[in-house]
Design a protein around this ligand. Structure first.
Ligand code: AKG
Ligand code: FE2
Length: 227
């Protein structure tokens, strides 16, 4: 739990978008965080993403299963050290399937076969602008797990990056799943709250893991711009 005396109830933020506070207990958070630290190591480790316009993202990222770059997926770190992407770990897939079962139901979970994870690290002042997770060729849900510092997660609409949106506080251990009519909704992280992570985690900053279904078969995928 995230330090709450009583865990907050799950909330449907938009149709198909569900927030479950305190879904991972402290032991599960520690286990996932330890795995993230392993995944972050080179080769194909944590990297700063450069955008086609020359800017760079303030969030640092490591990918599993398929490598995301702006804007597509590849099997190797095409915009970094060139190494093959680390495999997608089966236990993370099982955890994500449990998350789908807990939020969208057993039927959705039974056909959920994720093959991608993006692990994002937010240091002091890091943010993520409003965007859609649109490089996947599947409408299967995205499962998001948060560790460390609390953040404001802005969940918007499918039409544009502006309002209407709902701001949700995501704390360590929280689950957020977006599927169905919300799968391609805009979302972002306008701010984190430094120093709010529980000391037991030994983490300064925030880590977010999103699990996804690529739907690519065996071929590389390119969003068409940049590479
Ligand atoms: O950090 C988060 O909570 C969201 C991350 C995200 O939207 C992404 O990786 O595409
Ligand atoms: Fe996203």
């Amino acid at each position: 739990m995230s330090g709450e005396l009583f865990p907050l109830p799950a909330a449907e933020i938009a149709p198909g978008a569900v927030h479950v506070p305190g879904w991972l207990d402290t032991q599960e958070q520690l286990r996932l965080l330890a795995a993230c630290r392993e995944w972050a190591k080179p080769p194909a480790g944590l990297r700063t993403v450069r955008m086609p316009n020359g800017g760079q993202m303030s969030v640092r990222t490591v990918c599993l299963g398929w490598h995301w770059y702006p804007y597509g997926y590849a099997r190797t770190v095409v915009d970094g050290d060139g190494a093959p992407v680390k495999p997608f770990p089966a236990p993370l897939g099982a955890l994500a399937r449990r998350a789908v079962a807990a939020t969208l139901g057993e039927e959705e979970a039974a056909r959920y076969e994720p093959d991608i994870a993006l692990v994002n690290f937010y240091g002091h002042g890091a943010r993520m602008g409003m965007h859609r997770d649109k490089e996947e060729r599947s409408a299967a849900p995205v499962v998001s797990l948060s560790l460390g510092d609390t953040c404001t997660f802005r969940f918007g609409n499918t039409e544009n990056r502006g309002r209407p949106w709902t701001d949700v506080e995501l704390r360590s251990g929280d689950l957020f799943v977006f599927g169905g009519p919300s799968r391609f909704a805009h979302h972002g992280v306008p701010r984190t709250f430094p120093g709010t992570a529980e000391p037991v985690l030994g983490l300064r900053g925030r880590v977010n893991v999103t699990v996804r279904v690529g739907g690519f078969g065996n071929s590389d995928s390119s969003g068409g711009s940049g590479y």
